[in-house]
Design a protein. Structure first.
Length: 294
């Protein structure tokens, strides 16, 4: 018959693994679906991630629901796009106790030297550089590296797991990047017009040239005079494709296509699955460019 001490020791050995491995997932809140996808790729089963913005929403005008606000205040980590991409975030009064990772601090930015203030109109909404940096897949390597480091600091015992997940994601991304580049290689140098200035990183990654944006400022429709200038510029530059976002004004997109003969294609600036987002956008743009060829 076992002594009481032996029984207690055996019980401790039974309970200890449960205490060691039953740690709750780290709760993460992100300001975009793309950052949610990248955080999940790094964190795996060790994290639970919620995005405050859905992919189809205008990312600059998000209304945070009370239930989401409660989760923000209870989060173990907040990951934000940064720059001035989410002006609504400042209104939430984030608790000082919750660490915040600004993903823009770790990536290559464009348009940082572009004058953003104009006397005849209000300030450009992106005053510190173009904020859509995740649309260059190279930047995802830097973002996931920053997420890995932040998670390892918060959960040191899981650091090896975060590192392994990051390596697996990076290898999958690099394989996909080669495929995407190959798919769009025949269209290198093609000229495009965008409705919203979301696509400079994407275009640069694949050797495409954006010659104009229809909106003089994000979310601001062009005047009749600005449209006339745009139409003339598109004809002179022989632009065959115009890129719209899901929340672009359909009437404006239709007018541009009808007046210039360009083919309109809607690309997705955000998604819950980062790799599938690029799969879809590369496929849509390749088809549009193929059909637009004379």
């Amino acid at each position: 018959m076992l002594s009481p001490r032996c029984l207690l020791f055996g019980l401790a050995l039974t309970i200890l693994p449960a205490l060691t491995f039953a740690q709750e997932p780290l709760r993460i809140v992100t300001t975009s679906a793309d950052l949610k996808s990248l955080a999940e790729a790094v964190g795996g089963a060790r994290v639970e991630v919620e995005s405050l913005a859905a992919p189809e929403q205008d990312p600059h005008a998000v209304e945070v629901k009370p239930a989401q606000l409660a989760r923000v205040r209870d989060a173990g980590l907040i990951i934000r796009v940064g720059l001035d991409h989410e002006p609504w975030l400042a209104k939430l009064r984030l608790p000082a106790s919750v660490p915040v990772l600004d993903a823009s601090k770790n990536v290559r930015l464009t348009q940082t030297e572009t004058p953003r203030l104009r006397t005849q109109r209000r300030a450009h909404v992106h005053a510190y550089g173009n904020t859509h940096y995740w649309l260059d897949p190279e930047n995802a390597l830097a973002i996931t590296g920053a997420i890995r480091d932040a998670l390892a600091k918060l959960r040191p015992k899981d650091a090896r797991g975060f590192e392994a997940n990051t390596i697996v994601f990076a290898e999958a991304l690099k394989t996909k990047m080669a495929h995407w580049k190959s798919a769009l290689a025949p269209f290198h140098g093609s000229k495009l017009v965008v409705v919203h200035d979301s696509w400079s990183y994407f275009a640069e990654a694949y050797g495409l040239q954006i010659v104009a944006a229809a909106e003089p400022h994000p979310g601001v429709p062009p005047s009749p005079g600005e449209l006339a200038t745009l139409f003339q510029h598109m004809r002179e530059a022989r632009v065959k494709v115009v890129i719209a976002d899901p929340h672009s004004n359909p009437s404006l997109v239709r007018q541009i296509a009808e007046r210039t003969g360009a083919r309109a294609v809607t690309l997705l600036p955000s998604g819950y699955d980062y790799l599938r987002l690029f799969d879809e956008n590369v496929s849509r743009l390749r088809d549009a460019l193929t059909r637009a060829r004379p």
